[in-house]
Design a protein around this ligand. Sequence first.
Ligand code: AMP
Ligand code: MG
Length: 332
Amino acid sequence: MIYETSETKIVPATREWIASAAEIIKSGGLVAFPTETVYGLGANALDGGAVGKIFKAKGRPQDNPLILHVSGIRDAMKYAEVNESAEAMMHAFWPGPLTIVMFSTASADTDCQVPSVTRANLGTVALRAPLHPVAISLIESTGFPIAAPSANRSGRPSPTTAQAVADDLGDAVDLILDGGPTKIGVESTVVDATRGSVAILRPGGVTEEMLGKVVDLFEGDEGDIAHRSPGTRHRHYAPDIPLFLWDGEERDSFVRVLGVRWCYMGLREPPSDLDTSHRKAIFSSVDEYARELFTKLREFESCGGEIIIAELPDGRNIGGAVRNRLMRAAGS
Ligand code: AMP
Ligand code: MG
């Protein structure tokens, strides 16, 4: 049963459709699928031609490497040099929203060699074992590591529903497995485990506090971290209308937009005497903020609003990831 027409195919993530999706991936096609973070656009990571289609469908710069989704530690060892700190993080946080950058394996077995297009010519690979049953089942049925960036057009907010994937990628994807809205809502934490101490390249569901209990964390300046993470060079997560950030205190943000149709999201209400919002989403926790962030950015840009104001939460727990996505979406 295909319940979305046009050229794209959204299907329910049943066992039968997962089997069809695995066949598509084995034959070099593209499948969008749910993970616990956001929807991914997947292809066989070991097939350079298939991976090339991901870059083309997303309009993704070739210098931004892809994350490989694997089934667990044993699988990871085929593709990466797993050192002590990487292994400790795998034991603590896999399967789950943690991507670990490691040196690519020097194995002579060509079946285990990750093509340079997947790695964007780096000597490292980024691996993650996802927690979502649909993602796990897809990896197991193909027998390949699955390269999967978020299933959005490059630069746009990440997709947290199957419909958002269809809206962005249209017929560029062969099949979209619908597993409902994603649970975490922001992408995985990315860490670099190739040096003495572990650096957080992108905050996510596995927080600094959680990582700090398992490994030594790098406390360097942001410039060095940006240098190590190709993805931070590019514009990301941006809605089609301007996004402004609110620190939760000063009223100027709201005074300035009187007379404009503005949409708002945050943990706090906007100042009541200045609240002329066109649409509003108030979240009861920072976890809910993370889960709803990209969905609301997409909803607000298409509801007749002219600008979006979003409250910046503090950096505790997943608030660090929400701040990071908001600041990048606002271009600040
Ligand atoms: P995305 O797939 O767009 O959600 O993002 C993947 C992130 O992982 C990007 O920020 C990449 O730059 C980063 N990444 C992937 N592979 C590597 C690698 N080998 N070294 C450093 N960062 C990587
Ligand atoms: Mg992305």
